[in-house]
Ligand binder design. Structure first.
Ligand SMILES: Cc1cc2nc3c(=O)[nH]c(=O)nc-3n(C[C@H](O)[C@H](O)[C@H](O)COP(=O)(O)OP(=O)(O)OC[C@H]3O[C@@H](n4cnc5c(N)ncnc54)[C@H](O)[C@@H]3O)c2cc1C
Ligand code: FES
Length: 285
């Protein structure tokens, strides 16, 4: 018998990115593209937000795709099928706005490729013309390429080192594409590191193309109570967990977001070092 919050399958997509199918029928039933959950791996674990990268209401699972960065994501990365996540809260946040926009460029960078998959699927079913652009440091860092290609009308890859596709950042690719392509682009959606989303927005602003980004500030409760996910959008304070996580990228104060993401760097370094020290054997370091 499969239990609620039990890991059904685990896929090591790259050296740093792991993907889990987790049995969570209630969340799978309600989830929509663009939403996220807050997860604790263990009873004394940190609450961390993770996008619902895919969901299947028939089989009752959600997919969580995780970049192993610090203590909590590495702790999750060590979990195996059959184990239980301590708790999962969700679905949280507002779903992505999905309708027939026309020609839509959807950009995913790094682990940000995972959350664009359900968005691309939903846009595809609304009959949009989808130009997907995936970016990673190198070819080994790319995830879900087959799945995303299947739902895209145009499919482009960018790698920083040129090991596959266009050599350079997704923002450089986008600028070239917008300059030379005579298709009218009705909307851009970009999900990835804050610097990437900032660069994309500074380009699309000049072309006057509405651009949606998914913000990833530090979150704790996920219900609009603690204030840790505070972001500035159109000179107003918003809470990404309840007002977002998707916002009009041209209105976002990215510099504030980036500085707030780095507030706890020292503490995070210490926590990761301690964790790695305790799990040396398991992590082969
Ligand atoms: C709405 C949302 C959806 C997200 N979806 C995904 C996803 O699908 N896959 C994925 O790999 N990551 C996702 N993230 C980021 C993920 O939550 C952080 O990488 C994770 O919390 C880092 O925890 P850590 O202990 O491993 O790293 P730490 O060493 O604690 O932190 C590393 C960096 O992660 C960020 N971070 C730390 N704690 C939090 C927190 N509680 N909330 C948000 N960011 C934090 C900070 O920038 C920090 O510098 C998402 C974040 C948000 C806000
Ligand atoms: S995470 Fe606490 S207000 Fe958003």
């Amino acid at each position: 018998m499969v239990l609620e919050n039990q890991i059904i399958n685990k896929y090591n997509l790259t050296k740093e990115i792991v993907s889990f199918e987790v049995f969570s029928p209630t969340i799978a039933n309600k989830a929509k593209a663009g939403q996220f959950v807050i997860v604790r791996a263990s009873s004394n674990g940190e609450r961390i937000p993770l996008t619902i990268a895919d969901f299947n209401s028939t089989r009752g699972y959600i997919n969580l795709t995780i970049l192993k960065r610090g203590k909590s994501t590495n702790q999750l990365g060590l979990m195996e099928p059959g184990q239980l996540l301590n708790d999962i809260v969700g679905p949280l946040g507002k779903p992505s706005e999905i309708e027939k926009f026309g020609n839509v460029v959807v950009i995913g960078g790094g682990v940000g490729i995972a959350p664009i998959l359900p968005i691309i699927k939903s846009l595809h079913y609304e009959d949009n013309y989808i130009i997907s652009v995936l970016g990673a440091k190198s070819a080994e860092g790319l995830i879900f390429t087959k799945e995303i290609k299947q739902y895209s009308n145009e499919f482009h890859i960018c790698t920083d080192d040129g090991s596959l596709g266009f050599k350079g950042f997704v923002s450089e690719f986008l600028l070239n594409y917008l300059k030379k392509d005579n298709k009218k682009i009705n909307r851009v959606i970009a999900i990835g590191p804050a610097l990437m989303m900032k660069a994309v927005c500074s380009i699309t602003k000049n072309f006057n193309i509405k651009t949606i980004v998914s913000l990833n500030p530090i979150m704790v409760d996920g219900t609009g109570m603690c204030g840790s996910c505070r972001v500035e959008v159109a000179n107003q304070t918003k809470f990404a967990c309840v007002d977002g996580p998707e916002f009009d990228g041209h209105q976002v104060d990215f510099d504030l977001l980036i500085s707030r993401l780095n507030i706890y760097c020292n503490e995070e370094d210490i926590a990761l070092k301690k964790f790695m020290e305790n799990h040396k054997c398991k992590m082969n370091i």
